[in-house]
Design a protein around this ligand. Sequence first.
Ligand SMILES: Cc1cc2nc3c(=O)[nH]c(=O)nc-3n(C[C@H](O)[C@H](O)[C@H](O)COP(=O)(O)OP(=O)(O)OC[C@H]3O[C@@H](n4cnc5c(N)ncnc54)[C@H](O)[C@@H]3O)c2cc1C
Ligand SMILES: Cc1ncc(C[n+]2csc(CCOP(=O)(O)OP(=O)(O)O)c2C)c(N)n1
Length: 600
Amino acid sequence: MSSDTSAAVPRPPARGSSAPVLTGAEAVVRSLELLGVTDVFGLPGGAILPVYDPLMDSSALRHVLVRHEQGAGHAAEGYAAASNKVGVAIATSGPGATNLVTAIADAYMDSVPIVCITGQVFSNLMGTDAFQEADIVGITMPITKHSFLVKDAADIPGAIAAAYEIAGTGRPGPVLVDITKDAQQAEAPFVWPPKIDLPGYRPVTKAHGKQIQAAAQLLAGASKPVLYVGGGVIRSQASAELLALAEATGAPVVTTLMARGAFPDSHAQHLGMPGMHGTVPAVLALQEADLLVSLGARFDDRVTGKAALFAPNAKVVHVDIDPAEISKIRSADVPIVGDLRDVLVDLGAAFQAVTGGARPDITDWWAFLDGLRDEFPLGYAQPTDGLLSPQYVISRIGELTGPEGVYAAGVGQHQMWAAQFIKYERPNAWLNSGGAGTMGYSVPAAMGAKVAEPDRVVWAIDGDGCFQMTNQELATCVINNIPIKVAIINNSSLGMVRQWQTLFYNGRYSNTDLNTGHDTIRIPDFVKLAEAYGCMALRVEKEEDVDAAIRTALETNDRPVVIDFVVSADAMVWPMVPQGVSNSYIQYARDHAPKFDEEA
Ligand SMILES: Cc1cc2nc3c(=O)[nH]c(=O)nc-3n(C[C@H](O)[C@H](O)[C@H](O)COP(=O)(O)OP(=O)(O)OC[C@H]3O[C@@H](n4cnc5c(N)ncnc54)[C@H](O)[C@@H]3O)c2cc1C
Ligand SMILES: Cc1ncc(C[n+]2csc(CCOP(=O)(O)OP(=O)(O)O)c2C)c(N)n1
């Protein structure tokens, strides 16, 4: 970054020093510039006001003024997840900082690299219940990789640089930098690059050769292997290396909700998503396997079901950059700590050396799995109430937009359908909140993704419930020329909760009707709401109008487009392994297989 882009006007160096003198606030801006950050999302307030002053003059940093700090956090997440860069969010002290907490927790669960910078009250007021004081370092300690409290202007460059480094290396995740107002106002020599001293932070990237060797031996000898691919493959940008290993071994591949796109959906070895709403072949492949090679996946309970009954006959090779993940849920026979990009290359080479390049014969295994693919295709039933099929709408969005698009989902039924019925061919195309399941993620995450990847079509695929949690960021999108497309899959209810009420509470629909999509009551009317924000807004109620609306959205790039798709509330997410049931559920799947009119 050249110095002429800096907002900071350096004072002469202090006597005996060559470092220019900056205020702490200027140091924040300059540090971000020097780290190569180009976009930040935030909202000012008293305790962070000093930073907002030099920020105004920076031509290198684009600040997107959000309408709610949660939006800034999710936008930073979407930015990071779409581009593999570190996302940055800024907020003031107290409620500004606590509004970031949900997004920070979300980023922690899904290993998303973001840096959150918050203002803190004057250091001499800390601990006095000062105006807008909150112990945000304490609050976020369990949901960040690290939280810094900075009280001295001289420490700011080091803290920002360290936060950036920690967020983006090893297992990615959120880092908080809380800076007192006096530290922002004070002057100090600006030393760059700062000395970063992080004792105890040494991510292991290169795995142990002996473990790689042991894993290769197991892979070569297995008769029912599965590559259990998780979000770590996307975070490590190792899709090409995964493809090479998969093709060398011929093993079936499953991709978790967080890994959709890590391996092409069109690939013959791909069985789809495992878990509660996974494909039957993917669930049963894991369950019947004699070897699981877990690649950046964390044996989440949505995937394993009852962990004690999960994949009872499988040996486990577990690769993860975070040693704390290894054997956390399921004991690993071969633990491998390392960065997947390196590990996959090393494992490929070791496998080649063991097999001499010959693929192991797993014909019987494939015969079993192909049988399951034939017996249990993904599909959906047409609604009988005359309303749109949500699965159809989502399929058409994927088909008309294509694999170069970015799809950010909310949480609920529409999220599962977007995972199932859009074909993902590349990493970073699918963004969602998997671990925390945060309603409200979609619109701001799509906004962040569009800022990071302006040339891509970016869809927010949202539920009518989720949309009502963060739709105010449409104002941010309109004003800042961030033309995302929003598909509200409007079933007029908290659909996923309603589905559980249908299945497990005898259809007693306690507090799940939202009244957003009925003929007579639409509270709010999403078309009017979107128009009030300055978006183009459309409502679609008939199947024959679906394509035209999507095409209009694809052709409109001068403002955001919101489409209110009025869909049936009775549509269900299938397959579904009920909670607590063993994943050995072939009989259950047969007994409960819905009758599909149409295959997807
Ligand atoms: C309504 C709902 C339903 C859901 N249903 C399902 C379902 O049916 N199926 C499903 O799969 N999920 C489902 N989920 C998501 C689920 O809750 C978990 O978020 C998800 O399964 C976890 O994905 P993962 O195992 O890939 O791990 P992630 O959370 O993606 O973790 C990634 C792992 O990779 C590691 N890693 C990161 N970087 C690297 C690197 N460079 N090298 C090596 N390792 C690295 C990390 O340390 C971490 O352990 C659902 C979520 C919701 C909200
Ligand atoms: C912040 C938050 N509150 C509550 C929940 C519990 N929850 C999970 S899915 C869901 C319903 C979502 O409804 P909607 O956005 O309309 O999506 P649909 O399931 O209808 O597709 C709820 C309430 C949650 N995940 N997040």
